[in-house]
Write a protein that binds this ligand. Sequence first.
Ligand code: HEM
Length: 553
Amino acid sequence: MKAAMSLVGSQGIISVTEVIIASIIFCLIIIIIRSFQQQIPHGLKRIPGPRGYPLIGNMMEVGRNPHLSLTQMSRKYGDMMQIRIGTKPVLVLSGLDTIRQALVKQGEDFMGRPDLYSFRNVADGESLAFSTDSGEVWRARRKIAQNALKTFSVSPSPTTSSTCLVEEHISTEADHLVIKLLQVMTEQGSFDPWQYMVISVVNVICAMCFGKRHSHNDQELLRIVNATEDFIEVTASGNPADFIPVLQYLPSQSLKKFKEFNYRFISYLQKMVKEHYETFEKDNIRDITDSLIEEAKKAEANANIQLPKGKIVNLVNDIFGAGFDTVTTALSWSLMYLVSYPDIQKRIQEELGELMSLIRVEMPLFRWPHSNLFFLFFTTLDQNIGRERRPRLADRSMLPYTEAFILEMFRHSSFLPFTIPHCTTRDTILNGYYIPKDLCVFINQWQVNHDEKIWKDPSTFNPERFLNAEGTEVNKTNGEKVLVFGLGKRKCIGESIARWEIFLFLTTLLQQLEFNICDGKKVDMTPHYGLTMKHTRCEHFQVKQRFPVKSSQ
Ligand code: HEM
């Protein structure tokens, strides 16, 4: 204090001119700041939010775990909050009702994608999921992809007892995974399941897209896995250059790696798509690529839409990119929960066993007049209820606890904490707040899945929250409150296939194997932030064979 006064003293008294100049500079700064702020139309409110620092905005408050920090901040500012990441203003939406209002009821206003640097690198800006286009061409391409997945999903399986091709591909791969895990268990005594699951899931996509399954050691398959993992690394981890544009001019190792792998990956897709065009037969749809070709032909015949060149390759690329990391992550989290809660694992296995015993009782042999005697005889002889046949998609409604477990895994892990970023397509109003066109929008799915207004003890892992009082049925209304696939116009187009994959993989694995962790070891369930959040990999998994099931069934 003394030092400050003496400083003034030593300089003499501040003159009136100096005060006037300082005031003018101050006013100018205020005018410049105001001119950057959006003018709000009369009668509408400005979205609240924290003040940010120059250049970095609110990056410090958002930190390394945006799903947690933004949930925390939404408690103070509400379901609609505006922050700044770097130089970019971002609207953060929380609360199921607000999100439904924006994405479903005002879906057209909120269906855009922001122009982000990392998105421009995906499929040369032609990606269905990441490109800024949300106009007629995007609509036509999304319709083609949706129809193709739908047509393929109901294609009957010609060779086995599976009800459809999707079921056949997934079940075949799940059987191979069981064999692989037992083999590594014998050879190594313990293992990290991720590396085997990722190959199985990519193989399912290869089989679904191209009708072709690879062996787990196939070099082409391993290259695809690497390329797609690099794709996820670059697009998923929130590239700072997206929000501080000047950073795009700095060299980026991961981007360089991604471009190299992506080039090889796209070449592989081009080769496969070309083969499909050459052998395409309208009445023999073999896989998703055939389905895409068929739908694209129909769309071009019916509408005056000029689709961009290479459209099929890009659509296959989208399905690959979106469908492998997400499903592998879901399966990986499922295994983490199963070993952390052995009682839950046991209950799913009991439910599977009960279902299979019901199937057995319904077999014609047991409808014989002395069925009770026969039933007793067979149950004693055959203590292996559950080995009659492998699980099928049609069993889902009869396995409510298993379904409840999958819902709770989605909710509790919320491994897709935010959807892919959206942006507004025009000036609009939401909950009385004015929202300008082209504003980047984050949808906080994690907040909805942990909202105390919806869920009792949200941090507790409890599948029973999704069952009715008798435990015999899944409560559909509660299930629909779990947000993992987004909502509205941009909702995931692979939701059904993803749910089927997770169900069939888990039931096939749990029917035959029991999972646990080596004595004295623990799993670390702390999520690492990303577009899909991962847990720390764990190499201490073990499996015990329960009983084999004939894979041809
Ligand atoms: C557990 C697995 C999956 C989860 C949790 C998931 C979740 C999501 C989410 C949150 C979005 C963004 C929604 C938005 O921006 O509002 C999305 C988009 C998308 N998903 Fe999935 N997904 C999964 C599996 C799949 C699969 C298997 C496929 C393909 C067969 C697929 C294809 C797509 C595509 C193409 C988009 C972009 C849609 C668009 O922008 O119009 N997804 N998914």
